[in-house]
Write a protein of this length. Structure first.
Length: 238
């Protein structure tokens, strides 16, 4: 029978979460992670502020707005939902531009988390969190940004790369069954922190639990439409 350390090593290998890369050793090897380990912040005040500022600046780049303006399509905030994300960019009729927006909104979260993680897990968490907030509340646009799913996935890629596959499997499976993109993404944001916690990466799990709550709050209009049965389905014309 596999002992807990062996199980944890397997989960680390499968999900691409190397505690040495993230600046900490596996506490399971010494009898388990304690609550004090989870809530201990090892980054100093100035490095924390630097990571937050770096992440926010990257996250606040409004790629949807910039790309649509560069393409001569005007201000994307004046059409559809008024959002700067890929879904609203798609309403311009330019699928390539929407795909580029989706990719760049994700990669800015990846870059923030991955680059900052070179100085430890806590730095990566701080920068990833700030990048997510920067996308949602960019100072340049009066703090009115996107809904955060793409950047959520991007931060996930930066901190736990193979966990993106878990997110994708949940999203694709539910989208196939329900044809609701919003519902699929919302459920995937619940599954992600649960899986992270289960495999013993509690700090990252706590980050994504917070990001999930914020994501659900930003999607409250979608949730209302899902409950009332008026949410648009994938492939619908309405």
């Amino acid at each position: 029978m596999l002992r807990l350390p062996a199980i944890h090593r397997v989960s680390v290998a499968i999900l691409g979460l190397d505690p040495r890369i993230h600046g900490r050793e596996c506490h399971y090897m010494n009898g388990g992670t304690t609550m004090s380990d989870i809530f201990t912040w090892q980054l100093g005040a100035l490095p924390s502020l630097a990571a937050l500022a770096f992440g926010y600046l990257l996250g606040s780049i409004p790629f949807g707005l910039l790309l649509t303006r560069m393409a001569g399509l005007g201000d994307v905030r004046k059409i559809g939902s008024g959002n700067i994300g890929a879904t609203n960019v798609l309403r311009t009729g330019n699928k390539k531009l929407a795909a580029a927006t989706l990719l760049l909104d994700a990669l800015k979260g990846t870059a923030a988390a991955a680059i900052a993680s070179r100085w430890g897990l806590d730095a990566g968490i701080a920068a990833g969190f700030a990048a997510f907030l920067g996308h949602l509340f960019p100072v340049w646009l009066g703090f009115k940004g996107g809904k955060g799913v793409a950047t959520y996935v991007g931060v996930l890629l930066g901190l736990a790369p193979v966990m993106v596959l878990v997110f994708a499997v949940v999203w694709i499976g539910l989208a196939y069954l329900t044809r609701y993109s919003s519902l699929s993404a919302l459920v995937a944001t619940i599954v992600s922190p649960v899986v992270l916690w289960f495999i013993g990466h509690e700090k990252v799990a706590l980050l994504f639990a917070v990001l999930t709550v914020i994501t659900w709050w930003k999607h409250r209009a979608n949730i209302g439409r899902l409950l009332s049965g008026t949410e648009s389905r994938i492939g619908s014309k309405g």
